[in-house]
Design a protein around this ligand. Structure first.
Ligand code: GLN
Ligand code: ZN
Length: 758
């Protein structure tokens, strides 16, 4: 009755087969043909998993990234790669993704508010498009040969242009649209020749604040594509497009897809007077998160839409399943109670089939499934695993004062100067030191149970002693313990907190062959016991210089996890904040005088629409302050963020009221500090003086130059000297040389800028 389809399937493989194949090929240990074979096998496997659907997606597979596939398909390879007009080969496709000896790779950036990263198309005034690779057409033929009904999935022309970047000033990439559309028409025609009936054009840009010229262009663009070939399904997702309902309903496309998970209420704006000639695809199953669908509720929604739309109702997940792991079934080590509340890609497709059956044959036909779903919903709502009354009471009892340090920054700074006795232009690092073979092995062996607690502790202590010794010899002022015990800055804390679950293979692609395995926050969060005090305390006992405690902040832990959907994200963030606060207070009690709370993902949490930024920034900043504000005024709170677009969120960053913020600057240049000056950022700042992403040892003069630039903008008594980010991916020799230069640069600054310190 309702057509079922999916917007896309994870491509990396349930066991990360694509990652392994890519990395072997890149390392030169496998032939291109083997990689292509793996690709073909994965596509087939994934289609077979989806074969119960009326339409299966094709074109969602990519050897690196779906935007890069579009660049290849549209012949939009930037001229700087010197590849002429010919269609890309797979070897050259990887050059765009990974760079060459003379050309840097295309930029990587986050795909909307997901943790997936896409390669950014580059446009110039004279960019041309032309029919490129024929991979898509070959994949359609593969699917047809398996007797499936393929629905090719493409990024729509406006989203493709909008997500790209202009390589020259004074030109608007929207100008390229007339040149781009004929190539889309050509693709659609070729798909029709293959017998394709439906093509999905993804336009998630519709969930952003699009300038009116871009919105206006939808009418003419889709007008130009209509009639070129198969029927078009325009897919929106990740947010509401209700404010664009009139525009979308009037487009000459054969159907629209709406995300009814992220934005359930937008349905009203569409159902009221939905055009007779269009299908409406309803995304009822969450493609962004791992929770099992409440089938009864979803069926009710589907039935209500069906009453209006009849045969024109389609059912689907809310967005591509790229953002969830492949299969829950093999997760044998998960707590069975928690497992019952989850659904990964395979399970989500089963849910879709059940909904379809329920709609077709009535509730009775899926009575057992509905009952199982009800049971899971009920158990989850009532489970003591989720609900910790003590946490709820604590959250409810929070007072204004819990979010604020006692004294304002200038008074705190004076007390901290007295306690820490640091020179001007104090030097420090961001936390991690090189993760050597020995460190990794000790951690892995410990995890596998091959070495005992004692041996593991000795190995970590040795790494800490070594890190402290090097820092003392280099003459750094505020030391760190080096984070040897951490495999990942979120996982390390999640594993020690109540309310978190971990999977064995819950991998999600981040970019290219890189995957992450996000923790699942399923319940109220609390901290059963100290998480870092042992290591930081040990480090502090090795030296008379102050050692900085090192924690991951609540917003970052939230951002890089699958978050429970039964309460607002803000409530979960505050629960995590309270757990971190407990740790901060324990560190302070252990005599630690400076504590860093990393928030590299603070900016990533920004909502897609600007009018929602204020609400987010308010609760996110409060989460940080809740974590930090339990300490006395003479304890110094640091934070760290590694991105350089601060301009538009500076008030929120000031609102964190960290005593010191260390930030990444080298990629954007010290010019970004102008924003801090103009805003009169009140507290201390450590702008990164060298880029840690490269093994190159920076010249001391270059660092002095950067510090001079910074000192022209920020009063020197509020300037710190540090690298851009943590050093865990680097090797010791380059780290020692770079930090020696950095310390020398700080000394040079002290000589040139004598400041009276208390
Ligand atoms: N303290 C962390 C480290 O040094 C910070 C990492 C990050 O900013 N992403 O590794
Ligand atoms: Zn960083």
């Amino acid at each position: 009755m309702a057509v079922t389809h999916s917007l896309g399937f994870p491509r990396i493989g349930a066991r990360r087969e694509l990652k392994a194949a890519l990395e072997s090929y890149w390392a030169g240990t496998a032939e291109l043909a083997e990689l292509q074979q793996t690709g073909r096998r994965l596509r087939e496997q994934h289609w077979r998993l989806q074969c119960g659907l009326d339409l299966v997606p094709v074109g969602d597979f990519a050897f690196y990234d779906q935007m890069l596939n579009m660049i290849a398909l549209l012949g939009a390879v930037p001229e700087r790669f010197g590849l002429g007009g010919q269609a890309l080969t797979l070897e050259r496709y990887f050059q765009l993704a990974r760079g060459t000896s003379t050309q840097s790779a295309l930029a990587l950036t986050k795909w909307f508010d997901t943790n997936y990263h896409y390669l950014v198309p580059e446009f110039q005034r004279d960019t041309r498009f032309e029919p490129g690779t024929s991979w898509l057409f070959e994949e359609v033929e593969e699917a047809l040969a398996l007797r499936l009904r393929p629905k090719p999935v493409l990024i729509g022309p406006l989203t493709f242009l909008y997500l790209g970047r202009a390589r020259e000033t004074g030109f608007d990439r929207l100008e390229l649209l007339p040149r781009l559309l004929p190539v889309y028409r050509d693709i659609l025609r070729r798909l029709q020749d293959l017998g394709v009936q439906w093509v999905q054009l993804d336009e998630p840009a519709l969930a952003l604040d699009l300038p009116s010229a871009w919105l206006d262009a939808y009418g003419s663009a889709y007008g130009a594509l209509a009639g070129a070939g198969p029927k078009l399904l325009l897919a929106s997702y990740f947010g509401s497009v209700a404010d664009r309902a009139a525009l979308l309903k009037a487009l000459p496309v054969a159907g629209l897809h709406l995300d009814a998970v992220r934005a359930p209420r937008q349905l009203d704006a569409f159902l009221a007077d939905y055009p007779d000639d269009k299908v409406l695809s309803l995304g009822l199953i969450d493609g962004r998160n791992v929770w099992r669908t409440d089938l009864r509720q979803a069926l009710e929604r589907a039935a209500a839409a069906h009453a209006v739309l009849g045969e024109r109702l389609w059912l689907a997940p809310s967005c591509s399943l790229l953002h969830v792991p492949v299969d829950l079934e093999p997760e044998a080590a998960l707590d069975p109670a928690v497992k019952e509340w989850l659904a990964f890609a395979v399970q989500k497709l089963e849910e879709l089939a059940i909904l379809d059956k329920g709609l077709r044959l009535g509730k009775g036909a899926i009575a057992a499934e509905l009952e199982a779903s009800d049971r899971a919903v009920r158990l989850r709502a009532e489970s003591p695993r989720i609900h910790d009354p003590a946490v709820k009471v604590r959250l409810q009892g929070l007072k204004e004062a819990d979010f604020r340090r006692q004294a304002p920054f200038p008074e705190r700074a004076a007390l901290q100067r007295e306690r820490l006795r640091l020179p001007s232009f104090p030097t420090t690092t961001i936390g991690s030191f090189p993760q050597t073979q020995e460190i990794r092995r000790a951690r892995a062996d410990h995890r596998k149970g091959e070495i005992g607690q004692e041996a593991y502790r000795d190995a970590m202590r040795q790494a800490i002693r070594e890190a402290v010794r090097v820092q003392e010899e280099l003459g750094l002022d505020l030391l760190v313990h080096g984070e040897a015990e951490r495999n990942d800055m979120v996982e390390y804390f999640g594993e020690q907190l109540a309310g978190f679950a971990f999977t064995a293979n819950g991998w999600v692609q981040s970019y290219g062959s890189r995957c992450v395995k996000p923790p699942i926050i399923y319940g109220d969060v609390s901290r059963p016991g100290p998480m870092t005090v042992e290591w930081i305390g040990y480090a502090q006992r090795q030296t008379r210089r102050p050692v900085k405690g090192m924690l991951t902040g609540p917003v970052t832990i939230l951002q890089w996890s699958f978050v429970r959907d039964d309460q607002p994200r803000s409530a979960t963030a505050w629960q995590i904040a309270l757990a971190i606060r407990d740790e901060v207070e324990d560190l302070e009690r252990a005599g630690v005088a400076a504590i860093q709370i990393d928030e590299p993902a603070f900016r990533e949490g920004l909502p897609l629409r600007r009018d929602e930024w204020g609400g987010y920034l308010d609760w996110a900043a409060k989460a940080f302050r809740l974590a930090a504000a339990g300490v006395g005024d003479d304890t110094q709170i640091h934070t760290h963020m590694c991105y350089s677009e601060f301009g538009d969120i500076l008030p929120a960053i000031a609102d964190l009221d960290a005593d010191v913020i260390t930030i990444e600057t080298s990629r954007a240049g010290m010019g970004l500090l102008d924003a801090f000056r103009d805003f009169r950022y009140p507290n201390a700042i450590g702008p990164g003086v060298y880029d840690i992403h490269s093994p190159r040892v920076p010249a001391t003069e270059a660092m002095v130059g950067l510090l001079e630039q910074a000192a022209a903008v920020i009063p020197s008594e509020r300037l710190w000297v540090n690298p851009d980010c943590g050093l865990k991916t680097r090797g010791w020799p380059e780290v020692e040389q770079s930090l020696a230069g950095m310390v020398a640069a700080a000394k040079a600054m002290r000589q040139r800028n004598p400041v009276a310190t208390g």
